[in-house]
Design a binder for this molecule. Structure first.
Ligand code: PEP
Ligand code: MG
Length: 326
């Protein structure tokens, strides 16, 4: 079966009725790029940059400086040979503590993490933005911002990106002037107030891992509530579907980069919701592609509309199972 999948590496991901789907890879370090290419990824949809900052052993107390970050981002960009690389800015706190951060927060998932942390540490954030911008001179780079919820956070972030650009221009350092900036949609408030985002952003990426955690109020790393973590909860499905629809209506690309995107049991459901861009661990990519190749989008879209109106978990679960047998 694995051999048969490997044959699909160069096959474009097109549904039976002719719609092309973009399949991207989630990576943690530039060294993951060969695996992404091996799986036939169209690019990197999520480079979790925090992995450059974490687990640094003896260097743990030292944050990678601009040169070191730049080298790593450029390495990923060059490795992907012209394919887009979406670099997410630092997402630390909660389940990904940075050694320098405060471990005493009672609710780290609700605390000073990701963009909140970056905006509280503007000097550190500026270093990362400069490094990402510099890497954009070497290929197609996109900037992705995690955990945004408020308009002022978007505006402050865009202001800092502008500041980094002004510095680089002054220093005559090259970068892509047209670099796209996108938002992770992973806080329910962001999904429900999406017009704030589509007005200010170039693309969206739905982080279902956190979106589910916050929408269902269950800690994603607490095994005692793991049984409540249900991607098929009707509230979750409706929020994902409305985010995709509203984003598309505004003309933005919308991806899903949480675990749901790499679950073949959910591929047709997401296609039926209108999703055209999936970002996942490279190991899942070819199986998802195979599912796409076997999918009739028209049929799946009609079925999914019905699923989105359903409320009873049993009904939803069996309808999603049914989708796979079509
Ligand atoms: C997510 O929240 O779905 C996501 C992709 O980001 P992370 O898992 O790194 O929080
Ligand atoms: Mg997240």
């Amino acid at each position: 079966a694995r051999k048969r999948l490997l044959k699909l590496k160069k096959t474009p991901a097109i549904t039976r009725d002719g719609t092309t789907i973009t399949l991207l890879a989630n990576i943690e370090l530039p060294d993951d790029c060969p695996a992404a290419l091996e799986a036939g990824a169209n690019g990197v949809g999520l480079f979790r940059s925090e992995f450059l900052f974490m687990g640094r052993g003896a260097q743990a107390l030292r944050i990678p400086d601009e040169e070191e970050q730049f080298e790593q981002y450029r390495k990923a960009v060059l490795a992907m040979k012209g394919r887009p690389v979406t670099i997410r800015t630092l997402d630390v706190g909660a389940d990904k503590p940075l050694d320098q951060t405060d471990h005493t927060a009672l609710n780290p998932a609700l605390g000073l993490r990701a963009i909140r942390y970056c905006l509280a540490e503007p000097q550190m954030f500026l270093v990362q933005l400069r490094a990402i911008l510099r890497a954009s001179a070497f290929g197609k780079v996109r900037i992705l911002i995690p955990m945004l919820a408020h308009a002022f956070e978007i505006d402050q972030t865009l202001g800092m990106i502008e500041q980094a650009k002004i510095q680089l221009r002054d220093e005559k350092i090259r970068f892509d002037e047209g670099i796209e900036v996108g938002a992770m949609i992973e806080i329910p408030a962001a999904a429900l107030a999406l017009p704030l985002f589509v007005r200010r952003m170039d693309f969206l990426s739905i982080g279902t891992n956190d979106l589910i955690q916050y929408l269902l109020a269950i800690d994603r790393v607490d095994y005692e509530v793991a049984h409540l973590y249900n991607p098929l909860h009707p509230a979750v499905l409706q929020l994902i579907a409305s985010t995709i629809a509203t984003g598309h209506k505004a003309g933005l690309d919308v991806a899903v980069c949480g675990e749901m995107a790499g679950d073949v049991k959910l591929t047709r459901l997401l296609l039926g919701m209108g999703l055209r861009e999936f970002s996942m661990h490279p190991a899942q990519l070819l199986a998802v592609k195979q599912e796409i190749l076997n999918t009739d989008l028209g049929v799946v879209t009609t079925r999914t509309r019905r699923i989105l109106r359903a409320m009873e978990p049993g009904e939803i679960a069996s309808a999603v199972e049914q989708l796979q047998t079509l």
